[in-house]
Write a new protein. Structure first.
Length: 366
């Protein structure tokens, strides 16, 4: 019988108590454009966050595993033949098991996790944990694994071991994106291209303070609606819809769902083709309207924050980011104005009873 236990957070040096260990890290991500397109074989434009998750590892002689998260103040220890207990250990254990399934012999390990990626706000701390874990394993065991293959294993760990039926964007972004470029990603071919942010622009990310309720059930419902739409249109995925008129003939609500996905892909393709900051902002705001009205994954707090951001001089556009039903929003603004605008909007939103927080820019880590 194994369990995850509450433990006082330890640093890696304390946890490994003088033994040598290796370390790897991976960032969270913010999706600038292209929401709910990844599982429709579509396009997206995420960027990596300066916030990162660091995973440290050491081989031990006693069989089994001991995982410590300094972020959570929690620890899981279990034997070699046992499954990981529920909770954060499953993400790490999933990565180990999937490498073993590829024929890699993974020795008994102690693993330490620390992170400044906020958990559960939509910056994808889970992908950062999986990618950092696999990078650490790749280094420790000298496994041959390119960054795309690593991202696919990380996605499998989340699906098969954490039970989240996610698309491929989060892990691809954590594995391949950087903090200064947008990663154009084609979910079908897994082709990627790093693109510059529009000139003289920077981003603001605000956590709405609203936990992502209903996310899993509604997410699965949206995925099923998209599959139904594609099958009624006779295409492999909504990415393949060439004519929006065919979408308009679908019954509700799948007409709205399909319209969001098709128009969202157009927005990403236009943005990736190279547009100025003002146009990029318009595309973001159009994306929010589409997510709110057609895909119906927004909540009041996100709509309010997006409206407040867009009302600020210097903001080009804003949208919810991540799957929705709570979580964070992102805005594009004039370079040099993000900290002031972000701070002001958070303060005003919270004065009305909200509990928003500024995630980017983050003076503590930049
Ligand atoms: P998001 O990926 O948007 O942050 P998720 O619900 O997908 O939210 O993932 C959050 C979960 O990932 C946490 O509940 C925890 O199980 C795991 N996790 C992420 N980062 C850490 C960490 N630093 N330490 C321990 N567990 C983590
Ligand atoms: Mg996640």
């Amino acid at each position: 019988m194994t369990a995850t236990l509450t433990r006082p957070p330890m640093s890696a040096a304390e946890f490994f108590a003088g033994r040598s260990f290796i370390q790897a890290s991976a960032p969270g991500r913010v999706n600038l454009l292209g929401e709910h397109t990844d599982y429709n074989d579509g396009f997206m434009l995420p960027i990596a966050t300066p916030q990162r998750t660091t995973v440290s590892m050491a081989v031990v002689s006693a069989p089994g595993y001991r995982f410590h998260s300094a972020t959570l103040g929690s620890e899981a220890a279990f034997g070699a033949g046992e499954d990981a207990p529920s909770g954060f250990a499953r993400y790490i254990f999933g990565c180990i098991r999937l490498l073993e399934a590829r024929g890699v012999a993974v020795p008994p390990l102690q693993v330490h996790v620390d992170s400044n990626v906020p958990l559960g706000t939509g910056l994808s701390s889970s992908a950062a944990l999986e990618v950092a874990t696999l990078r650490a394993l790749r280094r420790l065991l000298a496994v041959e694994l390119d960054d795309v293959a690593l991202a696919l294993l990380a996605q499998q760990a989340e699906i098969a071991y954490a039970g989240v039926n996610c698309g491929v964007m989060d892990q691809m972004a954590s594995s391949l994106a950087d903090e200064v470029s947008m990663l154009f990603l084609d979910a079908r071919t897994l082709a990627t291209k790093l693109l510059p942010l529009p000139d003289a622009a920077e981003i603001i990310v605000i956590d709405s303070g609203v936990a992502r309720k209903l996310e899993t059930s509604k997410y699965n419902e949206r995925r099923a609606e998209c599959e139904r739409a594609a099958s009624m249109l006779g295409v492999p995925a909504l990415r393949d819809v060439a004519d929006i008129k065919a979408v308009e003939a679908l019954p509700e609500p799948i007409r709205q769902r399909a319209r969001h996905v098709v128009t969202e892909n157009w927005r990403v393709l236009e943005a990736a083709g190279g547009v100025d900051a003002a146009r990029f902002g318009q595309l973001m705001s159009a994306s929010h309207a589409s997510l709110r009205d057609d895909y119906q994954v927004s909540v009041n707090a996100l709509d309010t924050l997006v409206d407040m951001l867009c009302a600020e001089d210097g903001v080009h556009g804003a949208r919810l980011t991540g799957a929705g039903f709570g979580g964070a929003c992102v805005a594009l603004c004039r370079k040099g104005s993000a900290a002031a605008i972000g701070g002001k909007v958070v303060e005003r939103f919270n004065a009305g009873g909200g509990s928003a927080g500024l995630l980017l820019p983050n003076s503590a880590i930049q």
